[in-house]
Design a protein around this ligand. Structure first.
Ligand code: MV4
Length: 458
């Protein structure tokens, strides 16, 4: 195992990784930008290193500065967390060149899944169902039109270098497709430096269900079940739960098994997530793979008891997976609520500033547990330079109904003053009849008018 590990991230996930390292008796080096000097998550680290000014480009995205900090502090590994450099194949390769272990998959696997068309082709070849459409880049608008006639409208144009909903265009007929094709490829070229597009049948009213996979360097992989992530606003997840209320146990083991086998099929090593769209007709299709630890990983940890960060570190250190699929037990139900410093009354615009009071959530209900993964504490001034996520409230209980009750109890005891947060929105979601029944899709927030708010002042 490693003796000292650098954490190339900030906020709640930096705190989360420090905790895992601490529990493994591994020293932690936390890097920070000038805007994050004195941040609460730095207190737990063994060593801290300032790597540059506030702008991410000059700090958390500065591969050279991070590698230099790792060498200066004699770290043998770097944990990238999520976002920033976590899915950057060039950074993973540079770590290797410096003799430093990147805690994640190899550069080839990152690159392979970063190409969304290639990812679909890889999964299809491994026996994972994929959304009907093209498995090669579109050659022209005419080519797109021919494919669309074949799969039937509506269709969706997606950028091969995109992902997470960036650069998607829905087309309801041939005329719309012809217009969208050129726009989408220009947009994709501008945003990602790659104009390649692919096309899929547009599946209305689907649910976002994803599977967590762990694979070691010896061809062994397990899945840790699924997460339901359909509660989203503008492709930003807000609340996640595990297990998904939409999947039957048989589907869970079938899809999970296919996901784990697919990871092995192309030599994937470390933690990864395969995102699926569960269509209204009950079919579930692969969409894309995330080659990093995800924000919502705690719901999986709560139902399986597996510490994903410790597992990532062990795999990166060359240890074989200590469990087989049969050892993975799914117990109870977990819900995560993302706490963003945002103003729900002004279109969820970021609301950085001084947190004058932070009181962690509590749950007293028998059989229920609460976890508060925080990147904020009383007296911390939330900077304006980064993502607005300041913490996550995660609850676990024996049943989904008990977990919803625990979530409400947790939010009732939890307080943040000084910055506005998404906490009140979570209370409304937890009371929504469709949410309570577990029968919802990616349109829930829009349909229920839950994110409707007064227009922002000009
Ligand atoms: C889709 C889709 C419907 N049909 N693909 C959005 C994020 C990106 N990973 C893929 N996304 C979608 N792809 C087909 N063929 C609908 C979405 C989608 C969505 C997916 C998951 C969660 C929220 C969403 C919100 C709007 C659209």
């Amino acid at each position: 195992m490693f003796r000292r590990v650098l954490i190339a991230n900030r906020g709640e996930i930096a705190a989360r990784i420090v905790r895992a390292l601490d529990e493994l008796s591994i020293e932690s080096v936390a890097v920070y930008s000038e805007a994050d000097a004195g941040a609460p998550w730095l207190a737990g680290a063994t060593t801290t290193v300032c790597i540059g000014p506030a702008a991410s480009r000059s700090s958390y995205l500065d591969a050279g500065a991070i590698l230099q900090a790792a060498e200066q502090t004699e770290c043998s590994a770097i944990h990238p967390g999520y976002g920033f450099l976590s899915e950057n194949a060039v950074f993973a390769a540079r770590c290797a060149q410096h003799g430093i272990t990147f805690v994640g998959p190899g550069p080839a696997a990152i690159r392979r899944m970063g190409d969304k068309i290639g990812a679909k082709r890889t999964m299809a070849a491994a026996g994972v169902p994929v959304i009907p459409g093209s498995l090669d880049p579109l050659e022209s608008a005419a080519h797109a039109s021919k494919l669309a006639d074949h799969v039937g409208y509506p269709v969706l144009l997606k950028a091969s270098a995109g992902g997470g909903g960036k650069g998607m265009r829905r087309c309801d007929d041939a005329a719309a497709l012809a217009a969208a094709y050129t726009e989408a490829s220009i947009e994709a070229d501008k945003a990602f430096g790659n104009s390649q597009l692919y096309l899929e049948k547009y599946l209305e009213g689907g649910r976002h269900v994803e599977f967590q996979v762990l694979a070691d360097a010896y061809g062994h992989a397990v899945h840790l079940g699924d997460r339901e992530c359909s509660i989203q606003r503008q492709h930003q997840k807000l609340l996640e739960e595990s297990p998904s209320p939409a999947l039957h146990a048989g589907e869970r083991s079938d899809l999970g098994g296919r996901a784990a086998a697919a990871a092995v099929s192309f030599g994937y090593v470390n933690a990864g997530t395969m995102e699926f769209l569960r269509a209204a007709d009950g079919n579930t299709y692969f969409m894309e793979m995330n080659t990093r630890l995800q924000v919502e990983h705690p719901v999986t940890e709560m139902v399986t008891g597996v510490d994903l960060v410790k597992a990532q570190l062990a795999i990166a250190a060359g240890e074989p997976l200590p469990i087989e699929q049969g050892d993975v037990r799914f117990e109870g139900h977990a819900i995560e609520m993302r706490i963003n410093a945002e103003d729900p009354d002004h279109g969820f615009r970021p609301d950085p500033g001084l947190a004058t009071l932070v009181v962690p959530p509590q749950v007293r209900a028998a059989g229920a547990r609460v976890r508060w993964d925080a990147g904020i504490a009383t007296g911390w001034r939330v900077p304006s330079y980064y993502d607005s996520l300041v913490g996550k409230v995660i609850v676990h209980a024996a049943t989904r109904a008990d977990a919803i009750a625990a979530a409400k109890e947790a939010l009732g005891t939890f307080r943040i003053e000084g910055v506005k947060t998404t906490a009140p929105l979570h209370l409304r979601i937890l009371d929504d009849p469709a949410f309570v029944r577990g029968v919802y899709d990616v349109n829930l927030l829009t349909r229920a008018g839950l994110t409707a708010s007064a227009p922002a002042k000009a």
